[in-house]
Design a protein around this ligand. Structure first.
Ligand SMILES: *Cc1c(COP(=O)(O)O)cnc(C)c1O
Length: 375
């Protein structure tokens, strides 16, 4: 099995980035040059296009990681003291609830175990129980487990109650279909460094234009002020303050690759193919998944650690790292899991190299592979 890359970054962001995307960062660009203005315009229009947001939404990129954009959404769009229902079925839901609470919102947590998934009926019951809730917010894919929350049915219930919807689509945007019009979302948050296969350094918000227009002067943070950032972008075409020029160049190129691949559906099919190949191979080696397949997004999976005296996550991690394969610990120490992502610029042969590396690692640890594996 051939090793194609120096590193296979199978963490749930950042991810393996194509050479030609990284190559874009070898050029130094001015923050307000014609090419930079054109890149920013292309990025904003393409991101709106792939989520059906062109007619009524705006795309506002911000410096920072995706969490900065989540905070900018709560700062800029949600009035202090508003009631926010946060669906909490993993670490990123918890992060969102903590963040809204820190900003002075009335947060109602809707806690779930790691499985089964929250449903529209759960949200309906919570909204009936407390009519003073104004917003529903949740993750599309809860990256800490791999759970894919049913945003469509939750959006329907939210709209039926006349409430506003905020979606953290940081993990999924570009790799799973999202239709902001159909969801009637107020804001959707995304990242360049997950399914869009570019490098980290920005958080990006898709926000309904009328919502953004009414957000002038609300943010308590000048840096995380979506309205001000948008207003300046509209007038000038470039960022208020120094943008991550290299990140923008990489993202513009990775979005051209996304478009050339055919958009969201083919990318989703590629990830699903890799996910199925990996999970099938892992099961043949005795591993079990934390979630049932129907609840799992085809981009990252939590596996239980093997119950064998020679097995440890640390040893598996180290043996894989020596082969250039980087996996990720689980978020819930009590459960005993680790995570492997398949987002990123990977090919089928890369998945086979990763599986061969897992076999080599298990052999090194002297953990016998379950019968049926092709080792
Ligand atoms: C990666 C991720 C984030 C943001 O993480 P940053 O480290 O701030 O980029 C937020 N939500 C979800 C669901 C994610 O997967």
């Amino acid at each position: 099995m051939e090793r194609r890359l120096e590193s296979y970054l199978l963490t749930p962001g950042p991810v393996t980035v194509a050479q030609d995307v990284k190559q874009q960062m070898m050029v130094d660009r001015s923050a307000n040059s014609r090419t930079m203005i054109e890149m920013i315009a292309w990025i904003r229009s393409y991101l709106l296009e792939i989520c059906n947001g062109t007619a009524r939404y705006e795309c506002v990129p911000l410096q920072g990681s995706a969490t900065y954009a989540v905070e900018a959404v709560f700062q800029s769009l949600v009035p202090r003291g508003a009631g926010v229902l946060v669906i909490e079925n993993g670490a990123y839901g918890t992060r969102m609830a903590n963040l809204a609470e820190a900003l002075g919102m009335r947060v109602t947590r809707l806690p779930f175990g790691l499985s089964p998934l929250p449903t529209g009926a759960d949200v309906d019951a919570a909204l009936r129980a407390d009519p003073s809730i104004d917003y529903v917010s949740l993750c599309h894919v809860e990256t800490s487990t791999g759970a894919q929350n049913p945003i469509e049915e939750i959006a329907e219930v939210t709209r039926a109650h006349g409430k506003k919807l905020i979606i953290d689509a940081v993990a999924s945007f570009g790799g799973l279909p999202i239709d902001v019009e159909a969801l009637a979302a107020e804001a959707v948050i995304l990242s360049p460094n997950k399914c869009l296969e570019a490098v980290p350094g920005m958080g990006i918000v898709i926000v309904r234009r009328d919502v953004l227009e009414s957000a002038k002067g609300r943010s308590g943070s000048p840096c995380l002020d979506l309205h001000d950032q948008w207003d300046f972008l509209q007038k000038n075409g470039f960022f208020r303050w120094t943008p991550p020029t290299h990140v923008l160049a990489a993202l513009a190129h990775s979005l051209r690759a996304h478009k050339a691949e055919g958009g969201v559906a083919p990318r989703n099919a590629r990830y699903r193919g890799h996910w199925t190949r990996l999970v099938t191979a892992m099961r043949a080696r005795g591993f079990t998944t934390l979630l049932p397949d129907a609840a799992n997004a085809p981009i990252v999976t939590s596996f239980h650690v093997l119950d064998h005296p020679h097995f440890s996550f640390e040893a598996l991690f180290a043996a894989l790292e020596r082969r250039g394969v980087i996996i990720f610990p689980g978020n819930f120490p009590a459960v005993g899991t680790f995570r492997i992502g398949v987002m990123g610029d990977l090919q089928t042969a890369d998945i086979d190299y990763i599986i061969a590396s897992i076999d080599a690692a298990l052999a090194e640890m002297d953990v016998p592979v379950a019968a049926g594996a092709s080792a």
